[in-house]
Write a protein that binds this ligand. Structure first.
Ligand SMILES: [Zn+2]
Length: 150
């Protein structure tokens, strides 16, 4: 498949302005350097999310004008409810990031919550808050699909 001109960003890693972690040979999984790497990613991610939340709050305060026209008012309320949902999502994500940072502190980061194996650096760089390995995640999703009949 030909590569497009637009290079796919590396998601959160790019967002945090960091390069993928380069493992040295024989390096121990989740040593200090690796944990520091993920702490940086998570902290930068959280900082940007917090900014986003602040921005939304300010935006809503600025925009909270009283529209005499009920159509305008309805449109504004709709817009606000979308923003509130987004903010709610961001807040939950910030909580999850903080939980993950705590796991780094507790030396419990990077292992699957379900089976205990190493989640892996590349997977964690793509999804730093991942708490399941690929296999357990796939299994969990399959179960969820069965439950919801999707
Ligand atoms: Zn697992």
């Amino acid at each position: 498949m030909p590569q497009g001109k637009e290079k796919k960003t590396h998601g959160i890693l790019a967002l945090a302005g960091l390069e993928p972690y380069q493992e040295k040979q024989g390096e121990e999984y989740m040593n200090d350097a690796q944990r520091a790497h993920f702490r940086r990613i998570l902290e930068e991610w959280r900082r940007q999310l917090r900014q986003e939340v602040d921005r939304t709050v300010h935006h809503m305060k600025d925009e909270a004008a009283n529209f005499p026209d009920p159509v305008d008012r309805a449109a504004q309320e709709e817009e606000f409810s979308i923003e509130l949902r987004t903010r709610d999502r961001e807040r939950k994500l910030i909580k999850k990031i903080e939980k993950t940072l705590q796991k780094i502190e507790d030396d419990d980061f990077g292992f699957c919550d379900s089976c205990g194996i190493e989640i892996g650096i590349r997977r964690l760089e793509a999804r730093p808050t991942a708490d399941l390995c690929v296999d357990c995640k796939t299994l969990a999703e399959m179960k969820e699909k069965q439950m919801t009949g999707a």
